[in-house]
Design a protein around this ligand. Structure first.
Ligand code: CIR
Length: 253
């Protein structure tokens, strides 16, 4: 079970955030409303939510998930593959010092964005993407092993981050879409298949037995409900315009 989450409000500079989405510019006022509802959803799931102020210097800094991996034993500060995001890590390290005695840091030439890391119990799957390289993954695995945890790498081709197309919902249930459906290493899970035309909904999150799901994906909702979960929909359309999803908007621990 998670107790806490850390989020960062989007800044007006979010309109300059990285994107491949071709969905137009985000509406900042609407993004603020959606972000507030996202925070409410986390609170409804019983989490204490630390809301950091917007950081205008970093347009993508609302996507806090990418700058740190939080485990039961340690925090690992990443080194984002996107150069414009590297400076986001310093502020997060300061925040995490209040919660973690053990803080590690991925160093260049290693790059890692934690949107590429999926936790399944004490094991962490690390996607090798345009943002996360082998050196970064090797460093993360070494840190995990130092604390009695483990990690392994997964290749990916079609999506930005590993968790763009995958979500572990505990109890052996894995939401998956596209290229991840047939990967050997995931066949041991009960795969909840997300249709290609609803692929954005694969980035859902399990929060203490509720699944937060982006609004407007009825087929995905049905599949996850049929697996026995209660669903809380959250509209994050303005973050989708920046290739961001539900998981990216918080660190849960
Ligand atoms: C970026 O391209 O870095 C941001 N615009 C979106 C990051 C999304 N994060 C995630 O999927 N974990």
């Amino acid at each position: 079970m998670f107790k806490r989450a850390i989020v960062r409000k989007p800044g007006k500079s979010m309109i300059d955030g990285l994107t491949t989405a071709e969905l137009g510019l985000p509406d900042y006022e609407l993004a603020l409303v959606q972000h507030a509802d996202y925070v409410n959803a986390l609170k409804e799931c019983g989490l204490d939510v630390l809301e950091l102020d917007a950081d205008e210097e970093y347009p993508d800094s609302t996507f806090v998930e990418d700058v740190a991996l939080l485990t039961s034993k340690c925090a690992i500060i990443t080194n984002p593959g996107a150069p414009s995001r590297r400076g986001e890590t310093a502020a997060m390290k300061k925040v995490l010092q209040d919660y973690y005695a053990n803080i590690e840091k991925v160093q260049a030439p290693g790059t890692v964005e934690a949107g590429d890391i999926m936790m399944v119990g004490s094991h962490f799957y690390i996607g090798l993407s345009e943002r996360t390289n082998q050196s970064g993954a090797d460093q993360v695995i070494a840190f995990l092993e130092k604390y009695g945890l483990s990690g392994s790498v997964v290749t990916l081709k079609e999506v930005l981050h590993l968790k763009t197309g995958l979500a572990y919902l505990e109890n052996n249930n894995l939401v998956a879409c596209g290229e991840f459906l047939t990967k050997e290493e995931f066949q041991k899970f009960n795969i909840l298949e997300i249709a290609e035309d609803e692929s954005y909904a694969a980035n859902s999150i399990w929060v203490n037995d509720t699944v937060l799901l982006p609004k407007g994906f009825p087929k995905a909702r049905k599949v996850i409900e049929e697996a026995g979960y209660s669903i809380r929909e959250v509209d994050v359309s303005e973050f989708q315009k920046l290739d961001g999803g539900l998981s990216c908007l918080s660190l849960r621990f």
